[in-house]
Design a protein around this ligand. Structure first.
Ligand code: PMP
Length: 289
């Protein structure tokens, strides 16, 4: 495996960062997770745009243009012969002193890894997943805004620990007001009748790129799609429930907090959207070769 590091391709065993990198010392940096399907990088420009927005929000100046970043991702996929895979794009603050001051870091590190990911076991995509709501509250937008995809994912990791300790693979976090926010790396949708409902960005969620694609595809397919604040009551009374994310893709959920959703099998509309998503993902994107 060849890793992109600051303009060079480096063998995996030599791809190392300093222990003085503020990405390590403080989680000071930003990242993206991107998929490649069928020899193309899916929604690459949208991911690069979001990376630069995250960076701007933390005054991290990425030392290359967006187009150069797009080219670097494609190059990394090409050199690793990636046709289907998962790309992790990381920009750290770089090497600095032991204090917090980010301005001691002279050069941000740009790292691109073209690998693979399997977020949940395969059979959960057929059978549906069980999840729980957890006590860990989603970061409030007035502190670290959830739209900043920063290297500090401790809030989400705490929620993930609660899920795994509770015997399920995924957690849903509520926001500080008690409304449904999102899962640890996925957005949440419920379906009532012919309507898809998902929390709006102001609920304090990351505006997922998969979320937005699924909303568009659903509208094109004639479903009603609404952004709406949701309570646990709404979720417990949903006909269908699913999560979306780059790594997760579209994953059906069949129980939450031990309440069965619908008839306990992945829903019809969820399956339809999974199929439409797969078709779309395999037909668009930036060509690698
Ligand atoms: N929420 C959180 C907290 C995430 O980390 C992710 C994954 N990036 C998502 C939602 C899904 O976003 P996307 O569809 O852009 O991958």
């Amino acid at each position: 495996m060849q890793i992109y590091m600051n303009g060079k391709m480096v063998p995996k065993r030599d791809a190392k960062v300093s222990i003085f990198d503020h990405g390590l010392l403080y989680g000071d940096g930003v990242f993206e997770g991107i998929r490649a399907y069928n020899g193309r990088v899916f929604m690459l420009r949208e991911h690069v745009d979001r990376l630069y927005r995250s960076a701007r929000a933390i005054t991290l100046k990425i030392p290359m243009s967006k187009q150069a970043m797009v080219n670097a991702v494609i190059r990394t996929c090409r050199e690793n012969r990636t046709r289907n895979g998962y790309v992790r794009l990381v920009v750290t603050r770089g090497v600095g002193t032991l204090g917090l001051n980010p301005f001691t870091c002279k050069r941000p590190q740009v790292i691109i890894i073209a690998g693979t990911i399997q977020l949940y076991p395969k059979e959960l995509y057929d059978k549906g997943m069980s999840i729980i709501t957890v006590a860990t509250v989603r970061n409030v937008a007035e502190a670290v805004n959830p739209n900043i995809k920063s290297l500090n994912y401790l809030n989400n990791i705490l929620a993930k620990i609660e899920a795994i300790n509770g015997g399920v693979p995924e957690a849903v976090m509520l926001n500080a007001q008690g409304f449904v926010a999102e899962a640890t790396g996925d957005n949440i949708f419920i379906i009532k009748g012919n309507t898809l409902l998902t929390p709006p960005p102001y609920a304090g969620v990351l505006e997922g790129i998969t979320r937005n694609v699924v909303m568009d595809l659903a509208r094109q397919a004639g479903y009603d799609v609404r952004e709406q604040m949701l309570t646990r009551y709404d979720v417990y009374n949903a006909d269908e429930l699913f999560l979306t994310g780059t790594a997760a893709e579209v994953v059906p959920v069949v129980t939450i907090d031990r309440r069965t959703i619908g008839d306990g099998k992945p829903g019809k509309i969820t399956k339809d959207l999974e199929r439409r998503f797969r078709e779309f993902a395999n037909s668009v994107g930036e060509p690698i070769f």
